[in-house]
Design a protein around this ligand. Structure first.
Ligand code: MRU
Length: 328
């Protein structure tokens, strides 16, 4: 996988052969973004099965479940993590021999890879219909090719609109504290020659006030059955401002990001380390000993969402009714 912690200054691949290494890569955000985390976790589990030295199927299953339990503990908010682990596990558990289990593991992760890119292209083309020629789209964090297996969700909508011949500009908030906007989204858009402007997170309000934003399109880490959208910290702020300024707000996410079992009050928002806030790229910017709170995600209530862009179509309000109709 691409080491996203090294971007944009260095583009390098890292190679893993053991589930523990993949778990560490997820924890430290070498790989991040809900769909990418989901497929990576499944690949981590598959590595454990493929390289297993166990001779009986029962032992292989037990070992796989231990690796699954380890991977589940990496990050709590993105539901794709649990979706990816469950999907791989269920497929392998249908095997009748150790050899069949190893083959099934590889087949399944390759299918998940292909399906992710296909879903992003599909939701991109569905979302592109909402984007008009000349629109400026505000996004948050990185919901692009780097955050998925390929093409991207929110950036997939932008790419698809441009492929349709529309002129689209993107406003990119830096997305403190891990700077996924400045480091990753700007990297993708500059690399693809897509018109983009990097802004500080604190400039979003003024951009709205000045009428510089036509649409907000963001990714999601988990969309609960009651229509709450969990995404990178700062997304809720954008949704409130979008409502204030009459700007449509669209989360874009594949079906694998919908959680049909939980309501918003049952979801854990990840609290990450203080070092992410008191340092920028390893340089201290705050006094020693200052107390820090660093929630990595927030939740946007359904009443602030215009519609949800998925590969299965647009989901419109009331979301607690339409989500199970479209996603189940
Ligand atoms: O902490 P991160 O970088 O994993 O957070 C990622 C996001 O919030 C993305 O917007 C979301 O996962 C969607 S990625 C297509």
């Amino acid at each position: 996988m691409i080491d996203q912690t090294a971007l944009p200054t260095s583009f390098r691949y890292v190679t893993y052969r053991r589930p523990e290494e993949v778990a560490e890569a997820i924890r430290t955000m070498v790989v991040r973004g809900a769909p990418a985390i989901g497929v990576s976790a499944a690949m981590g589990l598959a590595l454990g099965v493929v390289h297993s030295k166990k001779s009986s199927l029962e032992e292989v299953f037990r070992e796989m479940d231990a690796n699954g339990a380890m991977l589940r503990l990496t990050r709590p908010t993105a539901v794709n993590l649990f979706w990816g682990i469950d999907r791989l596990r269920n497929r392998v558990r249908r095997a009748k021999s150790v050899g069949e289990a190893k083959e099934a593991a590889v087949e399944e992760v390759k299918a998940m890879e292909e399906e992710d890119v296909a879903a992003n292209r599909k939701l991109g083309s569905i979302g592109a219909k909402l984007i008009e020629d000349g629109d400026t789209v505000l996004t948050q964090c990185n919901a692009g090719a780097l955050a998925t297996v390929g093409y991207g969700t929110a950036l997939g909508v932008v790419r698809a609109a441009i492929e349709e011949g529309k002129l689209v500009k993107v406003l990119v908030p830096e997305t403190r504290p891990a700077l996924q906007g400045a480091r990753l989204t700007a990297f993708e858009l500059v690399t693809d020659g897509i018109d983009c402007t990097l802004i500080s997170d604190t400039a979003v309000g003024l951009m709205m006030q000045r009428g510089r934003v036509d649409k907000v399109v963001v990714g999601a880490d988990r969309i609960t059955k009651d229509g709450f959208v969990f995404n990178k910290i700062g997304t809720y702020t954008e949704a409130v401002l979008a409502r204030k300024h009459g700007v449509p707000f669209y989360p874009a996410a594949p079906a694998s990001t919908f959680d049909l079992e939980r309501t918003h009050d049952m979801v854990t928002i990840e609290e990450r380390g203080a070092e992410e806030v008191v340092e920028v790229r390893g340089r201290r910017i705050a006094p020693k000993g200052v107390p820090v709170s660093n929630p990595a995600f927030d939740m946007t209530p359904p009443d602030l969402v215009t519609s949800m862009i998925t590969e299965r179509g647009l989901i419109v309000p009331p979301f607690d009714v339409s989500i199970p109709q479209v996603i189940a």
